[in-house]
Design a protein around this ligand. Structure first.
Ligand SMILES: Cc1ncc(COP(=O)(O)O)c(C=O)c1O
Length: 358
């Protein structure tokens, strides 16, 4: 068992037990709803955490880059969706990858389909990215003529197979309650089902894939889709706690930071933990910007919040915590404190080489 003495620098601490619980909770929902869980591995990007998924029977995964797909394929993952519109400059790497693993790519433009079909020897399953209101990527769900023409074009070549429609309801992150998350989910799902209805008259063997952590966490029953791709739920974070996706006791990852300066006169403790460890993402909590939440002990799960103490400012390497009068007396230089990040996916990415799964 790791102790605080083993942790020298800024690190991500992950509770294997809480990870297991988070996976089994969503996996149970998936099983009851007869939905395939294809978790997004971009959150953790960690082979050890991947093994925890595998131990629970997960075989199909999602990633968001070719490099991640290569990393997990090398670790024996044999069914991978790269859920970002395909980069046609990388078709030769994708062809190589598709020879090692069952690969699915995402398209949203005719030119990408043309490039894939013109690339000799690349036989691949394709999903059409549909935008249901998030406004990042995807064909507008209302543009059913174009969606249908893309599906037709994919199906006309023996090289490409139309696998289905893929959407991401990332606008659930704008919600401020689980009620609002459900409202955004329902309206997005309705747009997606309208698009599906147009394809149903012509195609009968395709899937609907969605999956953001807020929706998948708050919905009691998963309906209307075949595949779910949440990623963040494996760790959760302070943003998810604030928008109503989870409770603090479900958070399984925390950033451990050494205390490097203390200023009782201004209620501030400075840690080695800045934008390069947390990213500069913040949320408003009680009308103030918050870059992370202080917990009692970075090695004690379930994590416990320290009231009134939060990360208020970040520079590249420094993090400034606001700390209340009663608590500040307890800090010493060299202490190791724990901060729940706003967005665990970004901290996990930044701290990949300093992650302890305990
Ligand atoms: C296309 C796609 N699918 C699934 C996910 C997973 O969503 P979440 O991070 O809410 O778990 C993401 C996350 O950004 C995504 O971009």
């Amino acid at each position: 068992m790791i102790s605080k003495n083993d942790i020298i620098g800024t690190s991500l601490i992950v509770s294997a037990q809480q990870v297991e619980r988070n996976i089994s909770k969503l996996l149970n929902k998936a099983k009851v709803s007869q939905v395939q869980l294809r978790p997004h591995f971009k959150t953790h990007q960690n082979l050890q955490v991947g093994q925890i998924f595998r131990a629970q029977g997960i075989r199909e995964i999602t990633v968001s880059s070719i490099e991640m797909a290569q990393q997990f394929a090398a670790d024996g993952w044999e069914d991978i969706t790269i859920a970002i519109p395909v980069n046609i400059r990388a078709l030769s790497s994708l062809k190589e990858l598709s020879e090692k693993t069952q690969l699915t790519l995402v398209v949203e433009h005719q030119d990408a389909i043309d490039a894939i079909q013109a690339f000799d020897g690349l036989d691949i399953d394709l999903m059409i990215k549909v935008d249901c209101g998030y406004g990042r990527t995807g064909v507008d769900a209302k543009n059913t003529d174009y969606i249908l023409s893309l599906a037709d074009s994919i199906s006309q070549s023996a090289q490409t197979k139309f696998k289905g429609l893929l959407a991401h309801f990332g606008n659930t992150y704008n919600a401020t309650s689980s009620y609002e998350i459900k409202e955004i989910f329902n309206s997005s799902m309705q747009s997606l089902l309208n698009a599906k209805a147009v394809l149903d008259s012509k195609y009968n063997d395709f899937i609907i894939s969605i999956g953001d952590t807020p929706s998948m966490s708050v919905l009691e029953k998963w309906e209307g889709f075949d595949e779910a791709r949440p990623g963040n739920f494996v760790y959760y974070d302070w943003m998810q706690c604030q928008i109503g996706s989870c409770q603090i006791d479900q958070v399984s990852a925390v950033v451990a930071c050494p205390v490097i300066a203390i200023y009782p006169e201004r209620n501030e403790v400075v840690v080695h933990g800045g934008g390069v460890h947390f990213s500069k993402e913040s949320i408003q909590v009680d009308d103030r910007p918050c870059y992370g939440q202080l917990v009692k002990d970075p090695l004690a799960f379930p994590l416990e919040k320290v009231e009134g103490c939060y990360m208020k400012k970040l520079s590249q390497e420094h993090g400034t915590l606001h700390v209340s009068d009663e608590i500040i007396q307890k800090f010493s230089i060299g202490d190791l404190i724990g901060v729940i990040p706003i967005h665990s996916c970004l901290s996990a990415n930044l701290l990949q080489n300093n992650t302890f799964v305990i």
